[in-house]
Ligand binder design. Structure first.
Ligand code: ATP
Length: 512
């Protein structure tokens, strides 16, 4: 285990301090200190103290546990060896009555990797055994003081010595967060459920964050769930799946009259389980967290820590729909690849590569008109003057960040709009967490047809745009021709992740 050494850094205020013995080496001692910076491990190596620190920002949680009854009859070992130590929860029937110690397990995800090599986070557990008293209750009280202090520091809550000396507040310290998890079992290659079970739930348990888990049953399940539920009972909504599940959550929020309150008070998170995972990658990039090799780790840690950042969302209006989009809006080649490669879903992300090759071989172009307002012209200047009628047919847009595309010929294009997602696109239990079991339907074919077919009423910020058929101001430019694709990128925290979407460009016959 490599832990960042801070031998020469100035000492922050000590909140708690205790001396521990190393289980395997009886006479080797560690002084452990808790400060606002983290957990300091000070080893007394032949009179020369050597300090290492586990930074608070890398610690996700801690648990108080008891040792488990050993199955062997061997009584020769008075102390459990660290590698044989097995622990259980305090109320387990399997606990070892003869061991009055309380064990504090501190879970951290620390950056590892040598200089010059790509960094990755690795799980590190620090076990502190409290055994100064003869009774378990007294040892547990000590362990709980540390647990409570670490948890309060992680959450940035106020902490003072009277709080840590108040037995009841320490022992009954409870997590006040509760997450709503909406998991798409059909996302990507159909591994959403496994991803949650194997990679996300264990970390939520380590952090002791309760959650309510719902498996989506069909397309639009997450959207309708968010639209109709009392979402204020949760402190965050996490989508496990691809960009499609987040698209549903976002648009479900905009179907609520109280959308503004929801957006203000409930952050949305994404844990990648889909094919493209554009948003999860973008967020990891923005937070300088390594996305590979453990793709779910940065998002799970972010969900646990509850760090939030604002994200741009674009309102898109078509002839028959209003929707809210993030990352990008596209038309043509990329949309075709995204939608048509659904039949290769079992390949995961590779479906995009395979279908890209197929689509490039049989390259299509679509006749269309694209109006845009050059960025050099301020939006407000464009309102009064109107251009001649010949350019006005079909679309009207006032914001430079939005375009309206109108196809004149070819196949029906409405279903080619996409918004950074494919449009068809034994749980570990934390105390108090719940899991709603559901039956899965085939991808995209939900039993929710009535909801799918009804007109959705969208709320959200009022549009500053005139109706789609109203005339455009003269400053707006028009490109008319055959288009291979049009992709409009929306900035995410001012970061564009170009490789996710193969590049931001407009290709048309007239440019080639
Ligand atoms: N149980 C389900 N059965 C069928 N379809 C579902 C189910 N749950 C959700 N869906 C639909 O699956 C679509 C695709 O899901 P999602 O975006 O999570 O995965 P993906 O398409 O593999 O990933 P990405 O969008 O990142 O490429 C969603 O738009 C949603 O409507």
């Amino acid at each position: 285990m490599e832990i960042k050494s801070v031998e020469n850094s100035p000492e922050p205020q000590i909140l708690l301090e205790e001396t521990f013995y190393v289980l395997s080496k009886k006479y080797s001692t560690f002084k452990v200190r808790l400060t606002r910076k983290g957990l300091h491990l000070i080893k007394d190596a032949e009179g020369i103290p050597k300090e290492q620190i586990i930074l608070l920002k890398d610690i996700i949680g801690c648990q108080c546990l008891r040792s488990k009854k050993r199955t062997t009859n061997c009584t020769c070992q008075s102390l459990p060896r660290s590698d044989s130590l097995q622990v259980v929860e305090e109320n387990s029937t399997d606990l070892d009555d003869t061991d009055v110690s309380a064990y504090l397990y501190v879970y951290a995800y620390i950056f590892q990797g040598r200089k010059g090599f790509s960094k990755k986070r690795e799980r590190t557990i620090i076990t502190l055994r409290f055994r100064s008293f003869d009774k378990y209750e007294d040892n547990n009280k000590e362990a709980q003081r540390w647990r409570c202090a670490i948890k309060k520091l992680i959450k940035g809550e106020p902490l003072n010595s009277s709080m840590l000396n108040d037995y009841l507040s320490v022992v009954h310290h409870k997590e006040n967060r509760r997450l709503l998890i909406l998991c798409n079992p059909k996302s990507g290659a159909g591994k959403g459920r496994q991803i949650f079970q194997q990679k996300v739930a264990p970390i939520l348990n380590e952090a002791e964050i309760p959650y309510d888990l719902y498996m989506t049953k069909n397309s639009n399940y997450a959207r309708d769930f968010v639209r109709t539920s009392n979402v204020f009972q949760w402190t965050g909504i996490i989508g496990v799946g691809g960009d499609g599940i987040i698209f549903e959550i976002v648009n479900g929020i905009f179907e609520r009259p109280d959308w503004s309150e929801v957006l203000k008070s409930i952050p949305i998170g994404v844990i990648p389980g889909g094919s493209g995972n554009g948003l999860a990658r973008s967020v990891a990039h923005h937070a300088s967290e390594p996305y590979f090799p453990s793709t779910t780790l940065p998002s799970t840690l972010a969900a646990i820590r509850g760090y939030t950042e604002p994200m741009d969302i674009v309102r898109v209006e078509t002839v028959s729909n209003i929707l809210f989009s993030f990352l990008s809006v596209g038309w043509g080649l990329l949309s075709d690849i995204d939608i048509e490669s659904e039949r290769l879903r079992m390949l995961g992300g590779t479906r995009f590569t395979v279908w890209s090759v197929a689509r490039l071989i049989g390259l299509r172009s679509y006749k269309g008109k694209l109006w845009y307002l050059p960025s050099s012209i301020p939006f407000s200047n464009t309102a009064p003057s109107l251009l001649n009628d010949s350019l006005n047919k079909g679309s009207t847009l006032d914001l430079p960040t939005e375009v309206h595309l109108e196809t004149q010929q070819g196949r029906q294009r409405l279903d080619s709009w996409y918004s950074a997602h494919s449009r068809r696109s034994t749980y570990f239990s934390t105390g108090g967490s719940s899991y709603q079991s559901t039956t899965d339907s085939g991808l995209g074919d939900g039993d929710n047809c009535t909801i799918r077919n009804r007109t959705r009423r969208m709320f959200g910020p009022a549009s500053q745009l005139p109706s789609l058929t109203a005339p455009l101001p003269v400053e707006w430019k028009c490109i008319e021709g055959r288009f291979v694709m049009v992709t409009i990128f929306e900035t995410l925290f001012n970061v564009l992740i170009i490789n996710t979407f193969l590049g931001a460009c407009i290709l048309s016959d007239s440019f080639r």
